[in-house]
Design a protein around this ligand. Structure first.
Ligand SMILES: NC(=O)c1ccc[n+]([C@@H]2O[C@H](COP(=O)([O-])OP(=O)(O)OC[C@H]3O[C@@H](n4cnc5c(N)ncnc54)[C@H](O)[C@@H]3O)[C@@H](O)[C@H]2O)c1
Length: 450
């Protein structure tokens, strides 16, 4: 019987965990996998509906609305957007009359709104968050929480002063996968963390932010003056409005868009406050459409020893011209193994001290640390934790975390302090790239070290 047939037989007989015993070598044992299902229980809520408004009703703003209104105890009552096409389509989507405006200040004056979702481009996050908190609203603001590190403390101070609850929208950290990874780290499953890496790969026009520009885009349908009210004044340019991610006045490049998710998850999993040294390199290799940001970006980060973890290094990459396309991962490496962490799955790999490399075997013999002659029962070297099939998803759970915090006057998983600590190293990546220098950051005080 071959090893493959034997494994199949053992699996059928419900003895898969014993497979390693009868396999011939360590490499065969290394293929053994153990599967576990991650579960979430949901409670019904019969509480009075929380009244939501969305400011910035584009792709993600409306994804947030669609997700949170899956809950029976939430309703959408108002919409604000600078483009008439968005205002009209949102109003049509709901079969009741919503309050609709292009000025967030008008919306915030209303007292029939409990929570606002901010889904605008990044350059409006700070101002609208502060206005909303000052107006007594709870806030769900998309990531990155702010557009530059100088803005972070203003939002934190407004939040603290307001007594309201604010959640930042890196929904991955409310996932079953991130929660399991956090638990495994705390249990010492991979030993002492020393390295982590993350990667985003894409290769498509939409993936590289070349979004559709509506045919009716003009100063008649877009409130351009308001759009640029808090940044450099320029003549109307539909590219700068509908493809805002490509321009530094409005967006935060690959790191502010994507690395920030990886920082959020990593900080959640490891309880880290952030790195102390940030460096980035990259270039514009392919999407030369007038954009001001690179399409290949590499960042390296030094995390200092802290109460929660030993010192470690992080490497992040983002490539919009990647022929393999569509890959995203976060890997955390420790002295005893590693974890590949996704929102719906964690693959834990343990470092079994066994080898079939003849050179290493001889070296081990010389050192008196050779493997026992007799085969041992090895634990599964890979354990896969996978989310249950009917899980409602990280995004739903992130919003529910906010709703529950509002209901119970509790805390959210990604408050502005957490949100800023995740955004800052991502934003400083851009500074390092453009200024061609290492940036030192104090993750405790949340300040650039000058
Ligand atoms: N959490 C995630 O997974 C995720 C995914 C995508 C985007 N995002 C974040 O969501 C935000 C929006 O991204 P998007 O892809 O939905 O962009 P988008 O261009 O589709 O939507 C932005 C909307 O904001 C409107 N807008 C611009 N300025 C405004 C203002 N001052 N007041 C009111 N409306 C305004 C625009 O008209 C547009 O409809 C960004 O911060 C982005 O980083 C998060």
């Amino acid at each position: 019987m071959s090893d493959k047939q034997r494994r199949k037989f053992l699996k059928k007989a419900g003895l898969a965990g014993l497979g390693a015993l009868s396999l011939s070598g360590a490499s065969a044992a290394a293929k053994e996998r153990d599967f576990q299902i991650l579960k979430r229980k949901y409670a019904e809520s019969d509480r009075e509906k929380l009244r939501y408004a969305v400011i910035g009703a584009g792709i993600m703003g409306m994804e947030n609305v669609k997700t949170v209104t899956r809950r029976d105890d939430v309703e959408l009552v108002a919409v604000c957007d600078l483009y008439s096409g968005r205002r009209n389509s949102t109003n049509e989507m709901f079969d009741k009359q919503l309050f609709v405006t292009n000025d967030h200040r008008e919306l915030l004056k209303r007292n029939d709104i409990d929570v606002v979702i901010i889904g605008t481009p990044d350059h409006w996050h700070k101002e609208i968050s502060i206005d909303a908190l000052n107006a007594g609203k709870h806030v769900y603001c998309e990531k990155p929480m702010v557009k530059s590190v100088e803005e972070g403390h203003d939002v934190i101070n407004a939040w603290k002063k307001s007594g309201k609850i604010m959640m930042v929208g890196s929904q991955g950290l409310s996932s079953l996968g991130n929660e399991k990874a956090k638990e495994l780290i705390a249990q010492g499953a991979i030993g002492e963390i020393n390295y982590a890496e993350g990667f985003w790969a894409r290769h498509s026009p939409v993936g590289a932010w070349q979004y559709h520009i509506p045919e009716d885009a003009s100063t008649g349908t877009v409130d351009w003056d308001r759009y640029v009210a808090n940044t450099n004044k320029r003549p109307f340019d539909p590219m700068r409005f509908f493809r805002w991610r490509n321009y530094l006045d409005y967006g935060t490049g690959m790191s502010g868009d994507l690395f920030v998710h990886l920082f959020s998850s990593l900080h959640f999993i490891t309880n880290s406050l952030g790195p102390e040294v940030i460096s980035a390199q990259g270039g514009l290799r392919y999407w030369k459409d007038g954009r001001e940001v690179p399409d290949v970006l590499l960042g390296t980060f030094t995390y200092p020893e802290a109460e929660a973890h030993p010192g470690f290094n992080l490497s992040l990459r983002c490539n919009f011209v990647d022929g393999t396309s569509g890959t995203t991962y976060l890997r955390v490496v420790g002295s005893k193994g590693s974890m590949d962490v996704k929102w719906e799955e964690v693959v834990l790999k343990r470092n079994e001290v066994s080898t079939d490399d003849p050179f290493e075997i001889e070296q081990m013999k010389l050192a008196g640390t050779s493997q026992p002659d007799r085969a041992r029962i090895l634990p599964p070297s890979e354990t896969v934790y996978r989310a249950q099939d009917n899980w409602k998803g990280a995004h739903y759970d992130h919003h529910s975390n906010l709703v529950n915090a509002i209901r119970n006057n509790g805390k959210v998983v990604e408050d502005p302090v957490f949100g800023f600590r995740a955004a800052a190293p991502a934003l400083l990546c851009n500074d390092s790239y453009f200024q061609k220098k290492f940036i030192e950051w104090d993750p405790v005080k949340m300040k650039i070290v000058s």
